[in-house]
Design a protein around this ligand. Sequence first.
Ligand code: PMP
Length: 298
Amino acid sequence: MTTPALDDRDGHIWLDGRFVPWRDARLHVLTHGLHYGGGVFEGERVYDGHVFKLTEHSQRLHDSARELGFSIPFSVAELDGATLELVARQGIGDGYVRPVAWRGSEQIGVAGAGTSVHVAIATWEWPHVFSADAKNSGIRLGTSRWRRPAPDTAPVRAKAASLYNICTLARDAADAAGFDDALLLDYRGLVAEATGANIFLVAGEELHTPTADCFLAGITRATVLDLARELGIRVVERDVRPEELGGFDECFLTGTAYEVQPVRSIDAHEYTVGRTTTALKEAYTGLVHTTNRTAALR
Ligand code: PMP
């Protein structure tokens, strides 16, 4: 059986404050956000019926909108509440949540002034990003010819839809070349991130990750940095040059969807799924479930 398209499912989507039948959550072709990229979104993960780091994600949706010059017409608490009600209504135990906000269709000039802001939230059962085998033994990354832009070229701190055309181009090229995902360098040629996840590298007993000064500093990245410190692993945030990639022992990606995802190779450089990656992967899995059990008891 093929999975139905995302516009052809049962249940409800929360749209501008109301729960509307899933198939009716549509917008007009003359929507400003569609033409000029005025949209921001989030990706959240449901474990055991609870949304991990929900308020951090709702807050980031607000922060991303502010970076793009508009404001979300619902408070962070209202977004949290709508999300929880939706997850319960849809009966999601292990799933994904996609909040999105965009400029509406009042006018179609480049200026954003005069456009209303719309918000939707949808949730569905969890689709695995990579196969079970890749999840354990690691994915293969190829370095992309596309680069993360400079902070004075694009709103790099926002989780903005417009920034993802680079990711789609990079991901499609990586897939076509037989890789699982792409590694993107930044405008200076430094190692930045993957198309939907941050990168960590292990050298001996140390964990290194690029300084997040021109790409999304992920919520999972922050969680894993905290876990590493709790486990007594020395963490180094610094500029990482691509010429150094051959000198690391382990590599993994972090993201809401990717979780802690081992990397087995970047181009011709090979890595093992070693002690540090395994310890952090287990600690992260433990945390997402414990946090949720704690939330359930409240
Ligand atoms: N970078 C990019 C480009 C992403 O799309 C994501 C996923 N949101 C991340 C990093 C990781 O962010 P998070 O851990 O908050 O999901």
